[in-house]
Design a protein around this ligand. Sequence first.
Ligand code: A3P
Length: 281
Amino acid sequence: KADLIHVFKGIPFTTRSSPELLKSLDNFDAREDDVLLVSYPKSGTHWLAGVITKLYNTQVTLTSPLEFGDISKLEELNKISSKRIIPTHLDYNMLPSNFMNKKCKMIYIIRNPKDTAVSMYHYYRDNPNLPTVDTWTAFFDLFLKGDVVCGSWFDHLLSWEEHKNDKNILFLFYEDMKKDLPKTVKDISVFLDLNIGDHEIQDICKKSSFSEMKRNTEKENSNPNHTVCALTSNRKLIFRKGTVGDWKNHFTPKQNVRFEEIFNEKMKLSKMAKGHFGRPR
Ligand code: A3P
């Protein structure tokens, strides 16, 4: 299944992101009112997408990821007449420069990399569009090397964190959403200049719970082209456990030590990563 992956500018992509599309991304016509939903895979992208779309009373279109599809993608996005919410897993430096020039709003969601790794492992196992991994041990090594789809978790966050003071970028944490979703929803609504009452916030939170989202997805006919994650083949695979700390059920003590060594080395200049995940949780 090696032909499921190709490498573009040093980063592994699935073949569902065509090289022609990736090469032409910089021609993309961003609009001032586009909202980008940015994540490393398995960080809570679907959850956040659910929340954001529910915040709008006006017509908005949640598109498939910017980097997902073939060369016709740019035209397809151009045709959308309503406001666009565009997911992407791209590193900051691969993003079409138009998004920066137009100061589009971007929301970046971060999750504890240990839980992200575990989530991605299960995803690799269940998803026929991704390479085969035999064991957790094998996947653990690939993840630390950045030899997985979308590349290194560490480099991804570092590329975005460089822009943490940009007013048009909001950084959110999966763990904060688990702890206090209403607060995160409020923060998002303020960032997006939306006027939302407490009652509505409560309602959005209820509809965005893990069990609600899972239940709704199981009822749907899944369309593999309607996805917010460029790795997805089947939306039903997304709602696995939805908890904080599942890494403890997978990491051996030795793996934990090794992970922390690499984390500390790679993230020594990252205030964000160290502040949130620097101490074991
Ligand atoms: P797990 O595999 O740990 O369960 P993404 O959407 O970026 O692909 O991330 C998927 C992860 O987010 C999965 O993690 C999934 O269960 C979790 N998730 C999805 N919806 C959620 C929700 N409403 N609440 C909490 N976690 C959710």
